[in-house]
Design a protein around this ligand. Structure first.
Ligand code: SF4
Length: 210
């Protein structure tokens, strides 16, 4: 089968993958109106609309924009969060609320490369925080922050930077880690390669209180 020649992804997020039944109905109405051939929820918890022709693409984007979330402009590629304590019986902390705070972080830009953040409401780690640039997961003692993980073809497990953090502390530590990365990494170097070069002790020295 010949793949469709013109496809695109709707970049705005869906509140870390969440939407109400009413929001979903409205989104589906737009998708049906433009006869989008295929839709997909991406690993970044976004909505991909595939196989559009170019003319409809512009009109559809204008119509769907109010139903989705604005593009994150602080240099982050995406923030994904699991249902957490709000919706999952295993959750010990509110991953969605923390994700919303981290999406609003003011960070230096541009980042050297993509920055993907995964937040999990318990140590089962459904958003795979150990293979995200910034991974955060909750235990009964608080949040653990992991930095420098990567999946893909050259995977690396992130390093634990700190444990037992409250919401404000983990948000601030995320800001500090990413600022250190932004100021010291080479262009196009992902956090995994950066951490292999500088090491966890250098990061800790830069971002943790003495
Ligand atoms: S990481 Fe824990 S809280 Fe989040 S979805 Fe998985 S089991 Fe539930």
């Amino acid at each position: 089968m010949t793949p469709p020649q013109k496809t695109f992804t709707i970049v705005p997020g869906l509140n870390m993958g969440l939407f109400s039944p009413l929001e979903l109905e409205k989104i589906v109405a737009v998708i049906n109106k433009y006869r989008v051939p295929t839709t997909k929820i991406t690993s970044a918890q976004r909505l991909a609309l595939l196989g559009m022709d170019e003319e409809d693409q512009q009109r559809l984007m204008a119509e769907i924009k109010p139903l989705t979330r604005p593009v994150v402009t602080n240099g982050l590629t995406y923030v994904q969060a699991c249902p957490g304590a709000q919706w999952c019986k295993f959750g010990v902390a509110d991953a969605l609320a923390l994700g919303a705070k981290i999406e609003k972080l003011v960070l230096p830009t541009p980042m050297p490369s993509k920055v993907k953040i995964g937040i999990s409401g318990c140590r089962m780690s459904c958003t795979e925080p150990f293979v995200r640039d910034v991974g955060i997961f909750a235990t009964k003692k608080g949040w653990t922050l992991v930095f420098g993980g990567n999946g893909g073809g050259n995977p690396r497990l992130g390093d634990i930077v700190a444990e037992g953090l409250n919401d404000d502390q983990v948000v601030e530590l995320t800001r500090k880690c990413l600022t250190f990365y932004q100021q010291n990494a080479k262009y196009k170097s992902r956090t995994a390669r950066f951490m292999e070069r500088v090491g966890i002790e250098a990061l800790k020295k830069a971002v943790l209180p003495v």
